[in-house]
Design a protein around this ligand. Structure first.
Ligand code: NDP
Ligand code: KPL
Length: 335
């Protein structure tokens, strides 16, 4: 059975180390395909997984197999793809070369296009799309901090892979409509760019009505583009998608009371795009805003704010100086 074989994390960074670490802590056989710097970090410090609720797990490096060699896929039962979207095609080619034909491939990535890239390259293999609602920040010295709540969702399958991957501290739920769930997450991920441009932690940013109005305006453009394309996103949060822009525009006191009751986010949460700018890496903007802009173009929907945000993120990528720490007014600038 594939579930008796190791779970291999393909490209372990923030999400891969946290998810792989939770599975290993629960006694699953886990192997991480890692870059040399991540391997050295884990070998030196082990893994320390901290959570927004204050819980913590520590694992010695010996509890996981670590390698930078894709031959590590050779006996995989399940492969968790946790690379950034731009690396999906490369990792797919490595999976084709090294993983057994019957391994189940599960995508734990943002964006909606990765599943097609994998299906195209992995023709005939079992590929399940997924959606990770929570935030993980790589804090250094082997610490990976989950700073917000929510359960991972993956596509439903006959073998119930979601149940096979659920352990204490990490629940995966099966979804019958994972594509709509991924679109719902993409709409939330439109804020990754604002978080990256603001240089603010998510909690501080969401506590400020000017930032929320900007997020709501961008989200309204996104929802209009999806509607024109006939896509009905499923909310990735406990709040229905169609209410979210109005909710974001509410005064601080009311918004904070609703947020506090529906989601847990701690002060350390930062979007993955903020982490990319900080580390001088190319962001996933083309796979997030880019996917919506493509739909908007096909359906002649105007998305001027989103286009301006893409231009600002690209400028920040080119400058290589991390977040430009812009204000909402500076971002609105030419839109
Ligand atoms: N971080 C978060 O809070 C969340 C992230 N996500 C999504 O999850 C996905 C992963 O994000 P995240 O974990 O933050 O990304 P990271 O960049 O932290 O992790 C990806 C890791 O994969 C490595 N990698 C890429 N290709 C290979 C390869 N061929 N062999 C070995 N290692 C490789 C990267 O190394 P290198 O950088 O050197 O290429 C990097 O260390 C993204 O789609 C993101 O949008 C979703 C929800 C929340
Ligand atoms: C923060 C979060 C969970 C939502 O925007 C995310 O998906 C990311 O950082 O990429």
């Amino acid at each position: 059975m594939v579930t008796d074989r190791p779970i291999v994390v393909a490209g372990a960074g923030a999400i891969g180390c946290f998810v792989g670490g939770q599975l290993a802590a629960a006694g699953r056989r886990v192997a991480l395909l890692v870059r040399p710097r991540v391997k050295t970090e884990i070998e030196r410090f082990g893994l320390r997984l901290t959570d927004f609720d204050g819980s913590e797990q520590k694992l010695d490096a010996g509890r996981l197999a670590l390698s930078e060699d894709p031959a590590i896929f050779h006996s995989a039962g399940i492969v968790l793809v946790t690379v950034k979207s731009a690396d999906t095609a490369d990792i797919a080619d490595q999976i084709v070369r090294h993983a057994p034909q019957d391994a189940v491939i599960v995508l734990l990535q943002n964006g909606v296009g990765n599943v097609a890239v994998l299906n195209e390259r992995l023709g005939g293999r079992r590929v399940l799309a997924g959606m990770v609602p929570f935030n993980v920040v790589a804090m250094g010295e082997g610490r990976f901090h989950r700073s917000s709540s929510g359960d991972i969702q993956i596509g439903e399958d006959a073998s119930n892979t979601a149940a096979a991957l659920s352990v204490p501290g990490l629940t995966m739920r099966a979804s019958r409509d994972i594509t709509s769930v991924q679109w719902g997450k993409l709409i939330i991920n439109l804020n990754n760019a604002l978080s990256a441009l603001s240089d603010m932690p998510l909690v501080a940013q969401l506590a400020d009505r000017d930032w929320r109005r900007l997020f709501a305006d961008q989200m309204a453009e996104g929802l209009a583009a999806l509607k024109a394309a006939g896509i009905t996103p499923v909310s990735a949060t406990p709040i229905p998608m169609s209410w979210t822009p109005s909710l974001l525009r509410l005064p601080d006191v009311i918004f904070n009371a609703i947020l506090g009751r529906t989601m847990k986010i701690d002060p350390e949460a930062r979007s993955s795009m903020w982490q990319d700018l900080k580390q001088g890496r190319t962001t996933e903007i083309d796979y997030l805003q880019g996917a919506v802009i493509a739909l908007a173009e096909q359906n002649r929907v105007a998305v001027p704010l989103m286009r301006r945000i893409v231009a600002l993120v690209k400028e920040a990528e080119t400058s290589g100086k991390g977040s430009p720490a812009l204000s909402p007014q500076q971002i609105r600038g030419g839109a």
